[in-house]
Design a protein. Structure first.
Length: 239
């Protein structure tokens, strides 16, 4: 009982001393009942744990940034029509034609092409990745895509010879629009292609074919073709 009274007395003395210091302006936290609580630092505010796992909000860039990015790739384009600039920049593409059984090899070839030409604003179009599944007229869409490409890489394999009707159609589109085509022979020789007269169109037998093992050799020709496309567009003439 005596000890409890002493505690109350000490607390009253501390409160009286703190209030007197506050009147004199010497203690900033005198409204608190004890010195320990008044001088303790304020704890930092804690945020909900789910905020740490929340995804950042992606804010689309303003139109001025898109215009500047488009004109840096093609300086001759006007900055007035933002949709036109973006559409034309997207047409710097390489069309990759391959059989569905060669999807793994085509993915490696696509990755290499995008690595080498991605910095130039070039994209590689493939059916598995870029063709919309809800497209009503697939044939017309393939025709437009081939026409908008500046080069076609044609991966020819035994699967193409056995049942590559879709690839032959894509090759026909490239020939109709005079799109330069690079034919890579994958697991097939040129002699086997020449002997398969029924399943291979004459266009392939009359074209220059490169073994797929030498696929890096076409980089120089692709860059020359890209430079020619940009020169024609800079002058404003037809491609």
């Amino acid at each position: 009982m005596r000890h409890r009274r002493q505690q109350h007395l000490r607390a009253a003395i501390r409160i009286a001393l703190a209030r007197s210091l506050a009147r004199l302006g010497g203690w900033p936290c005198a409204s608190r009942p004890t010195f320990r609580r008044s001088c303790s630092p304020r704890k930092p505010r804690r945020f909900p744990s789910e905020w740490k796992h929340s995804k950042p909000i992606s804010i689309p860039p303003p139109k001025a940034v898109l215009r500047r990015a488009a004109t840096e790739v093609r300086p001759h384009l006007r900055e007035t029509d933002i949709r036109g600039t973006i559409t034309e920049v997207a047409q710097l593409r390489i069309f990759l034609s391959y059989s569905s059984q060669d999807q793994f090899e085509a993915a490696l070839l696509q990755e290499w092409l995008e690595t080498r030409f991605g910095s130039d604003g070039v994209s590689v179009w493939t059916y598995e990745r870029d063709q919309a599944r809800d497209q009503s007229n697939v044939s017309r869409r393939l025709k437009e895509t081939v026409q908008e490409s500046f080069a076609v890489v044609f991966l020819l394999s035994p699967f193409t010879i056995e049942g590559g009707a879709a690839q032959w159609v894509e090759l026909g589109y490239a020939d109709a629009f005079s799109i330069p085509t690079f034919i890579l022979l994958h697991h097939v020789t040129y002699g086997e292609v020449m002997r398969a007269e029924r399943n291979v169109p004459p266009l392939v037998r009359q074209s220059q074919c490169t073994p797929a093992i030498e696929w890096k050799s076409m980089e120089k020709d692709l860059r020359n073709r890209l430079d020619l496309v940009r020169q024609h567009e800079t002058k404003g003439g037809p491609e």
